[in-house]
Design a protein around this ligand. Structure first.
Ligand code: SRM
Ligand code: SF4
Length: 598
C-alpha cells in the first residue's frame, strides 16, 4: 500500500498559507523557506546535496542553475534565472498581480511585459497564452491523475468553460487529462482557487515540469486488472504538486518530464514513451514495480524507454519517482533544448551510473535489481475499452465512449457529469486516446444510457477508423502547428469507413500537427504528422501536407516507428494514399459499389 493518498483536495489553506489569496503560498515572504520545508516534509524524500550537481538550493528552497552550467543558456533557462516562476508567480502572488494589471488592458500590459512574462512563466500555474491562435486567452492544463474525475469536478470545469462564452471549450488530452480554453488572465486566480477547492490542481503542468501521471483507465473494475494504479498516480501527483502547495524541489527541471504506472495487460498507459514507467512485478512475493526510464518523443528524436534494472516495492513508488526526477534536475542538460530530455542524460552518464545515482537517492540508498517475475499477462491481446463491458464487480458494466479528437463543449461536459450520476457512480475516466468511460453502470441501466442523446453524438460503437482516431490540438490553437488536425482527422476517418471494410479490425489513425508529436504518430498504425509541402498544382507557394508513419505498435512488446514511410503528401491528395495504405498494409477491402441497374 502507499503511505498517503492525494491531499490535493485539502490544500484548502493549511497553516502558514496566506489567507485571502487564491494561489498557494506563505502568509509572509520571510516564511517562504519554512513553507517549502513544511510542504516537502510530508514526503520522506531525502534531501540529497551533491558537490557536482548542476544546481544549488537557494535560501528559500528553490533550485538555481550554478554559474558554471549556465552557458550556453537557452531562453527558457534564462527566464527561470531572471525570475523563478514558482517562487514569484505562485508563492509570492505574482500571478495575482499580473491578473489585476492585465485586466485594465491586456494588449498594453502584454506590450509592457513581453512574452516571457505573459506566455511562459504562467505555465507553472498551468496557464498557456494562445498568442497565435487565440490572442488574450489562456488554455488551462489541469492534472487529473489516472484520468479519474468526478461528476462534481466535471460540472465545475464545465462552468468555467461556459463562463468563457464563445471562446470556451475543453479537450480530453493524450495524457488522459482535461485542458480548458478561453480563460482570461484576470479571472485565472479565482479559477485556480475553484479548481483547488474541487480537489484538482493545475500547478506545475506546463513547460519544465512534470506532466499528468497516467495510469490504467480501467483501474478498479477491469476483470484483467493486475494492480490498481489509482493510489500510485494520485500519490505521485500529490508529491509532484506538493499537495497543491507547489513543490519547490522540482520546480526547476531542465525539461518536461512524464511518468506512468501500468496496471493492466494492455499498456493503455504507453510506458514506452514516458520518462519513467512502473511495470507491475513480484519480488519474493512482494508486489512492486520494475522500472523503465527515458522514453520520450520530440521533434528531433523518439526514444523508447529502457529498463533501469531496478525494482521497488509498491510502498516506494513516490520515493523512486523523486529519486529519478531529482537526478534529472541535478544533472540534466540546460543548453540545447533538443538535448535536454532525460534520455540524453541517461546516455551521457551510461545506464549503470544513472542507476547508481538514482539508487543512492532512495531512503535506503539502494534499489533491488529488476524482478523476472513481471505480472504482465501476455495471453490477453490488446482490447478496445470502447463499448459495453462487464466489470469484475457482478452486475456492473463500464461504457467506453468515443470523442473523436477529444474536443468538448461546456454542455457536453455537463451532460457527461449528469450521465455519470444518473447511470453510474458519479465517476468518469479519461483515456490517452482522448475518450471517456462511465464505470459502474448496473446492467439493467445500460440500454437507457445507450439511448441518451450525448451517446448518439459520441458513440460507444464508432466505426473502425473513428474508434482509433486521435488528433492533437493543431493550428486552431497551437502556435507550433503546421496544419489543422481535428476536423481533417475526423473527415478522413469517416471517408475511409464509407468506402472500405476492415475485416482485420480497427485502425489506429493518429494525427499530429507538427513534429512534437503530442498525439504520438510513432505508435500509430497510420500516423500523420503535419508539414508544409510544395503545391501539387504546380502553383507557387507551400500548402498543408503530412509525413506518414506506418506500423507503430502499442502494448507489451510494442515498438515506435521513428521515421515516416511516406513523405510530403499534400492534404488535398491524401485520401487515395490513405485508402491504399489501409488496403495494402491493414487488409482493408473496398466496399461493393451498389449496382446502378439492379
Ligand atoms: Fe504536447 C508542447 C499540447 C501531449 C510532446 N504540447 C505542447 C504545447 C504546450 C505547445 C504550445 O505551447 O502550444 C501544446 C499546447 C497546444 C494546445 O493549445 O493544446 C501541446 N501535448 C499537447 C496535448 C494537449 C495534445 C492533445 O491534443 O492531447 C497533450 C497534453 C497532455 C497533458 O495533458 O499534459 C500533449 N506532448 C504530449 C505528448 C504525449 C504524451 O505525453 O504522452 C508528447 C510526446 C511525449 C513526450 O513528451 O515525450 C508531447 N508537446 C510535446 C513537445 C515535444 C517535447 C520535446 O521533448 O521536444 C512539445 C514542445 C516542447 O516541449 O518544446 C509540446
Ligand atoms: Fe501543437 Fe505540435 Fe503538439 Fe500538435 S503536436 S499540439 S501542433 S505542439
Amino acid at each position: 500500500s502507499t503511505k498517503r493518498c492525494v491531499r490535493i483536495s485539502v490544500i484548502a489553506r493549511p497553516d502558514g498559507v496566506a489567507q485571502g489569496r487564491a494561489l498557494p503560498g506563505p502568509d509572509r515572504m520571510e516564511t517562504l523557506a519554512e513553507y517549502n520545508k513544511n510542504t516537502l516534509s510530508e514526503y520522506n524524500i531525502p534531501d540529497v546535496v551533491r558537490a557536482d550537481s548542476h544546481v544549488y538550493k537557494d535560501q528559500d528552497g528553490y533550485y538555481v542553475v550554478k554559474e558554471e552550467y549556465r552557458k550556453p543558456t537557452n531562453p527558457f533557462e534564462r527566464l527561470k534565472l531572471e525570475k523563478d516562476p514558482m517562487k514569484e508567480l505562485i508563492h509570492l502572488g505574482g500571478l495575482e498581480e499580473m491578473a489585476e494589471a492585465s485586466a485594465v488592458n491586456f494588449k498594453e500590459w502584454d506590450e509592457a511585459n513581453g512574452a516571457d512574462e505573459v506566455d511562459q512563466r504562467p505555465k507553472w500555474a498551468g496557464l498557456f497564452h494562445r498568442r497565435k491562435g487565440h490572442y488574450g486567452r489562456y488554455m488551462m492544463r489541469l492534472k487529473i491523475p489516472n484520468g479519474v474525475v468526478t461528476s462534481k469536478q466535471t460540472r465545475y470545469l464545465a462552468s468555467i468553460v461556459k463562463s468563457c462564452g464563445e471562446d470556451g471549450c475543453a479537450d480530453i488530452t493524450t495524457r488522459q487529462n482535461f485542458q480548458l480554453r478561453g480563460i482570461e488572465l484576470k479571472n485565472a486566480p479565482g479559477i485556480i482557487q475553484g479548481v483547488m477547492d474541487h480537489g484538482m490542481c493545475s500547478l506545475q503542468s506546463g513547460l519544465d515540469n512534470v506532466r499528468n501521471a497516467t495510469g490504467n483507465p480501467l483501474a478498479g473494475f477491469d476483470p484483467h486488472e493486475i494492480i490498481d494504479t489509482r493510489p500510485f498516480t494520485r500519490a505521485i501527483q500529490d508529491y509532484v504538486s506538493g499537495g497543491g502547495r507547489g513543490n519547490s524541489d522540482i520546480a526547476n527541471l531542465g525539461r518536461k518530464w512524464n511518468v506512468c504506472v501500468v496496471g493492466g495487460p494492455d499498456f493503455y498507459e504507453h510506458p514506452d514513451i514516458n520518462d519513467l514507467a512502473f511495470i507491475p512485478a513480484l519480488r519474493e512475493g512482494v508486489v512492486g514495480f520494475n522500472i523503465l526510464v527515458g522514453g520520450f518523443i520530440s521533434s528531433a528524436r523518439a526514444a523508447e524507454a529502457i529498463p533501469l534494472d531496478a525494482w521497488v516495492p509498491a510502498s516506494e513508488v513516490v520515493e523512486a519517482t523523486a529519486a529519478v526526477i531529482t537526478t534529472f534536475r541535478d544533472y540534466g542538460h540546460r543548453g540545447n533544448r533538443q538535448k535536454c530530455r532525460m534520455m540524453w542524460l541517461i546516455e551521457e552518464m551510461g545506464i549503470d551510473k544513472f542507476r547508481a545515482e538514482v539508487a543512492s537517492r532512495m531512503p535506503s540508498q539502494s534499489m533491488a535489481c529488476a524482478s523476472e517475475d513481471d505480472l504482465i499477462d501476455t495471453s490477453v491481446s490488446r482490447r478496445s475499452y470502447l463499448g459495453v463491458h462487464e466489470q469484475k464487480q457482478n452486475g456492473l458494466c463500464w461504457v467506453g465512449i468515443c470523442v473523436p479528437g477529444g474536443r468538448l463543449q461546456a454542455d457536453d461536459m455537463q451532460d457527461m457529469a449528469d450521465l455519470a450520476d444518473i447511470y453510474g457512480s458519479g465517476e468518469i475516466r479519461l483515456t490517452v486516446e482522448q475518450n471517456f468511460i462511465i464505470p459502474n453502470v448496473p446492467k439493467e441501466k445500460v440500454d437507457s444510457l445507450l439511448a441518451e442523446p450525448l451517446l448518439q453524438r459520441y458513440s460507444p460503437f464508432p466505426g473502425k477508423v473513428v474508434s482509433g482516431m486521435v488528433a492533437c490540438t493543431g493550428n486552431q490553437f497551437c502556435g507550433f502547428a503546421q496544419i489543422e488536425t481535428k476536423k481533417q482527422a475526423f473527415a478522413a476517418a469517416e471517408h475511409l469507413e464509407s468506402i472500405l471494410d476492415f475485416p482485420k479490425g480497427d485502425i489506429r489513425m493518429i494525427w499530429t500537427g507538427c513534429p512534437n508529436s503530442c498525439a504520438p504518430v510513432q505508435v500509430a498504425d497510420i500516423g500523420l504528422m503535419g508539414c508544409q509541402v510544395k503545391n501539387p498544382s504546380g502553383e507557387k507557394g507551400m500548402v498543408d501536407g503530412v509525413n506518414i508513419f506506418v506500423g507503430g505498435t502499442v502494448g507489451p512488446g510494442g515498438h515506435l516507428k521513428e521515421h515516416p514511410e511516406v513523405e510530403k503528401v499534400a492534404c488535398s491528395e491524401l485520401l487515395p494514399v490513405l485508402e491504399d495504405l489501409c488496403i495494402e498494409k491493414f487488409g482493408a477491402v473496398r466496399k461493393a459499389v451498389p449496382s446502378e441497374n439492379p
